[in-house]
Design a protein around this ligand. Sequence first.
Ligand SMILES: [Zn+2]
Length: 129
Amino acid sequence: MHEMGIVAEVLAAVTTAAESAGAVRVNRVRLTVGELTAVVPDSLQFAWEALAPGTPVEGAVLEVVETPARSRCVDCDLEFEHDRFDRRCPACGSYLCEVLAGNELRIDDVDVDLPDQAPVPSPHEATED
Ligand SMILES: [Zn+2]
């Protein structure tokens, strides 16, 4: 499944980012997925639940934001939204269209807990003689 590879890469990237930020916990990861990528959000969730346990990202919520495909007609300059299968200009019928949006597949936002936001100090810091 295509989505397994994507989620594996996302987990690796988020783990690296969280570790370099010193995060103690990852709460939420938001992905933007363009319509033209053919990625199925339900399959992403399935892959997430299969692969996240055992990684530092375990327990984080995956939020998938789908963006519609948008193109500009080369012949009449119209910008329009369309689906994956029909990219023809609705005004003049031209197939000569430049894709403006819909190929995105990116991590938009990662919500983490940092140590200094922890409500309770760790036992090591609390111990005093
Ligand atoms: Zn056109």
